[in-house]
Design a protein around this ligand. Structure first.
Ligand code: SF4
Length: 466
């Protein structure tokens, strides 16, 4: 038995302690954003960023995310903001507006360099190669790229030609991420997403041959029709492809928010005990194959920068999950995009027509947002370090925020004495640190929830924490 097997929590205990709660891709989580925060407030933050960056000898640069909401068909498990259409001309107009939005940001942040551009969705491959090239050229015009700027894109193997992959490599993209979810036909029938292992493998092999440096695959456990055996087949197929990164997400069945998810209920949805078995099975397969854990839901091969960032404690948390991007602001363009400047979050409207109207009128299309309070900064730092580093040093926090850790978090340290919560965390008073146990690592969202005062006295809501 390996040491991993000794430390891996059993499915039973995971199922027993799992609850519902935020994913903490932001803190405070997005439901706390307010409509009182709009374009005017964002403009003030952009002014601050411009000042701050111009004062830095070497700025980390800007990360830009562009959301492309179009897909040709609806996957019934989908939790994203999507517009289903086969009318490709919509993509052309969308790019026009995206470029106008990026120009607005470029005018607010003159001279700021681009460190990273990523396109997600939806399906960015809905756009033609010409539209994508026009977009990338426009971004480079608004924000001169740093020498080591990275370009990443999500691709749907069901609708991506190998010629498009070549074009993307020529535009400078070096990283692709591909949704797989599950290769089993029965599961694919249930979720209305038919995607062969062969097409996925061919796309990734072609991307590698074209010069892409990093490939990633997304998997989902907890889908209707999945069993331990069937998911093992998918895991083995993915391991055969050996992507540099794998993201393993738990299916969030929230049909009261996304009505189309009712369509997956033709097959029984795995209960919490079955989810725990699927999760444990996936963790064992991926780690046995040499993947390094990056936070609770990402895995990376040891050569990948993400795995190296784990060793150096440089992993960060943002709306894209776990990332190696550090420091600079993240601006998100397109419908529903969420920007994170460090001091504030804001989210674009989810209404496509309204987004177009606002941008065409020269206004940032912001629906809601939040400026972080000093207390939010402290809590966010702790939650992110717990998630990314699996340890929080009292001294580091005391120095960074000028607080006394044991006094500031007196309530939480007391709350962690609860027998269930105490299993999740080691409080090392002698070393002045707290660290999740192996069980707390898997249930890190449970642990982070203790430090989130918005949840006190409230019934758990949101997706399940495993
Ligand atoms: S491809 Fe992705 S974004 Fe599009 S419908 Fe399917 S799950 Fe949703």
């Amino acid at each position: 038995m390996t040491s991993l097997a000794i430390h891996q929590p059993t499915p039973r205990i995971l199922a027993e302690l799992a609850t519902r709660g935020p994913r903490y891709t932001s803190y405070p989580p997005a439901p706390h954003f307010r409509t009182e925060f709009g374009a005017e407030q964002a403009a003030a933050h952009l002014w601050d960023i411009a000042e701050r960056i111009s004062a830095q000898a070497e700025s980390p640069g800007l990360s830009l995310y562009a959301h492309v909401p179009f897909c040709k068909s609806l996957c019934w498990y989908c939790g994203c903001n999507v517009k289903i259409t086969r009318d490709r001309s919509k993509g052309e107009r969308y790019i026009d507006t995206l470029l106008q939005e990026i120009k607005l940001y470029g005018q607010a942040l003159p001279g700021v360099e681009l460190s990273e551009l990523s396109l997600g969705g939806g399906s960015p491959n809905f756009l033609s190669a010409g539209a994508l090239r026009r977009f990338v050229d426009g971004v480079r015009e608004a924000f001169p790229p740093k020498n080591d700027a990275r370009l990443a894109i999500e691709l749907d193997p069901r609708d991506t030609s190998l010629e498009l992959v070549d074009e993307l490599a020529d535009m400078g993209f070096t990283r692709i991420n591909v949704g797989v979810q599950d290769f089993e036909l029965k599961v694919q029938d249930t979720i209305n997403r038919h995607q062969s292992r062969e097409d996925t493998e061919a796309l990734i092999a072609h991307a590698r041959a074209a010069g892409f440096q990093s490939t990633g695959v997304d998997l989902i456990y907890g889908l209707p029709g999945q069993s331990e055996d069937s998911f093992t087949n998918t895991l083995e197929a993915v391991l055969g492809i050996a992507p540099d990164r794998i993201a393993l997400f738990g299916y969030a069945h929230l049909p009261h928010i996304m009505k189309h998810q009712l369509l997956v209920e033709r097959e029984p949805i795995p209960d919490i005990a079955a989810r725990a078995v699927l999760l444990t099975c996936a963790i064992q397969h991926l780690t046995a194959a040499g993947y390094i854990r990056v936070g609770f839901d990402h895995f990376a091969l040891p050569h990948d920068p993400m795995a190296k960032a784990v060793q150096k404690r440089e992993v960060q948390r943002n709306f894209q999950g776990f990332t190696t991007t550090k420091g600079g602001p993240l601006l998100a363009c397109g419908v529903t995009g969420i920007s994170d400047t460090g001091d504030a979050y804001w989210q674009n409207t989810s209404d496509l027509e309204q987004w177009q109207r606002e941008v065409e009128a020269g206004r940032l299309p912001i629906a809601r947002g939040l400026a972080l309070s000093p207390e939010d900064h402290i809590r966010r730092h702790l939650i992110y370090r717990l998630m990314c580093d699996s340890e929080v040093s009292f001294a580091e926090m005391e120095e960074r925020f000028d607080i006394k850790f044991s006094e500031f978090f007196e309530y939480e340290l007391q709350a962690l004495k609860d027998p269930d919560l105490a299993q999740l965390v080691e409080i090392r008073l002698d070393q002045g640190a707290i660290a999740p146990t192996p069980l707390g690592f898997e249930l890190i969202r449970n642990l982070c929830m203790v430090f989130d005062p918005h949840l006190r006295g409230k019934a758990p809501t949101g997706s399940t924490t495993i």
